[in-house]
Design a protein around this ligand. Structure first.
Ligand code: FES
Length: 87
């Protein structure tokens, strides 16, 4: 799957919405990889903690965000997906 495959029609995936909503991207170079890694994680572990998220996105080098905002976005997306918000 690619980042384009996450989106259902015109509706962004909850992870995509959370990355935008949490300002978790700047140049966007790393964003597709971050989101795809986060999606794979959430699919196997629906309620990941911060340490698990950091470990799972670690191979996606980001020179802009410092990783805090992407981690926050993944936490938000996982919560939203669990509660059926933005899903
Ligand atoms: S947003 Fe620029 S490298 Fe991650």
């Amino acid at each position: 799957m690619t980042i384009e495959g996450l989106q259902k029609g015109p509706e962004l995936h909850p992870l995509q919405k959370a990355f935008v909503g949490e300002s978790a991207l700047q140049c966007g170079y790393c964003t597709a990889g971050m989101i795809m890694a986060a999606n794979a994680l959430i699919n196997t572990e629906p309620e990941p903690n911060e340490a698990t998220i950091r470990k799972n996105i670690a191979n996606n080098l980001c020179r802009c965000t410092g990783y805090d905002r992407p981690v926050k976005a993944v936490l938000k997306a996982a919560k939203d997906m669990k509660e059926g918000i933005n899903a």
